[in-house]
Design a protein around this ligand. Structure first.
Ligand SMILES: [Fe+2]
Ligand SMILES: [Fe+2]
Length: 312
């Protein structure tokens, strides 16, 4: 029988600090500097109506497909809520030492994403700038609350999956635009998200060594109630269905391209030294993956049937 001691949130933060320091150094050594302005086709821009008396936006200003526009808006609004995310992680991880350096560095990198995507969408007239601004006000006014805001390992598990989810969502959105410049920008953003995922994934890998049962519990809980960070966006349910139907982000990708690769890195099904709750958590995780498998297959069948209907 395995006897385990439960580490407090403070103990976890202290124990993980050297791992944060190492991974911060690693991140800073491999992160590539890039500049949002280089990804925006400024000379294609035109002055809008309003104080400067230009031309109002029209849906015909851009050839980007509707569903790609929807995904671009969801991705940008998600990036826009950065002040809330910063608040959540600064409160949990702290603003001192290696944790604090990471919190600020991560925030600065994420800040670039919203700036770059907004500049691009405005210049390319890809989406209605008035509707976008109103949606941003509504979304940011709601704020964002981490579902596991006072638990270090739950939060690390969540961001490990969430960074990979946003990576895939940005990359596939870029492809769906059919616009090489937009695709290049979103591929660049997606590369950042991947490094963020690696950082958090490494921290949770170290947590599995430190407190395997607590880490397993965190992973199982987070997989069970995972929501995209932008799930509070007005009309998110409808938008996310359109995004899934277009294959930009669907359950299959969530399970097979987000959850499974990260779980494989942690080797969750071979972790040893689990106590009773750790074992129970691992079983719940396995069941949840099966449930997702069934749901993903059902969705794909429905989508195929719909496509066949529409093709008739
Ligand atoms: Fe981002
Ligand atoms: Fe990120």
């Amino acid at each position: 029988m395995t006897v385990s001691t439960t580490l407090s949130q403070t103990a976890l933060l202290l124990e993980l600090e050297p791992v944060v320091a190492r991974n911060l150094d690693r991140h800073l050594a491999i992160a590539k500097e890039w500049f949002p302005h280089e990804y925006v086709p400024w000379s294609e821009g035109r002055t809008f109506d309003g104080p400067l008396g230009g031309e109002a936006w029209s849906p015909t200003d851009s050839a980007i497909p509707d569903v790609a526009r929807t995904a671009l808006i969801v991705n940008l609004l998600t990036e826009d809520n950065l002040p809330s995310y910063h608040h959540e992680i600064a409160t949990l991880f702290g603003r001192d030492g290696a944790w604090g350096t990471w919190v600020h560095r991560w925030t600065a990198e994420e800040g670039r994403h919203g700036v770059a995507i907004r500049d691009y969408l405005t210049v390319a007239r890809a989406v209605d700038p008035v509707a976008l601004e109103r949606a941003r006000m509504t979304h940011m006014s709601e704020g964002y609350t981490n579902a596991h805001g006072d638990e270090v390992l739950h939060s690390l598990a969540y961001v490990s999956f969430q960074e990979l989810a946003t990576r895939i969502s940005h990359r596939n959105t870029g492809k769906a635009t059919g616009d090489p410049a937009c695709e290049a920008l979103l591929a660049r953003v997606a590369a950042d998200e991947n490094l963020h995922m690696v950082f958090y994934r490494n921290l949770l890998a170290a947590s599995f060594e430190l407190a395997p049962s607590q880490a397993m519990r965190a992973v199982a809980d987070v997989v069970a109630d995972f929501q995209m960070p932008g799930s509070g966006i007005e009309g998110f349910a409808r938008k996310s269905v359109a995004i899934a139907l277009a294959g930009i982000y669907d359950l299959r990708q969530h399970r097979d391209e987000v959850l499974l690769p990260v779980l494989r890195q942690w080797d969750v099904f071979n972790v040893t030294g689990l106590d009773a709750d750790g074992e129970a958590a691992r079983e719940q995780l396995a069941t949840q993956l099966d449930t997702l498998q069934t749901a993903a297959t059902r969705f794909e069948e429905k989508r195929d049937a719909r496509a066949a209907r529409l093709a008739r």
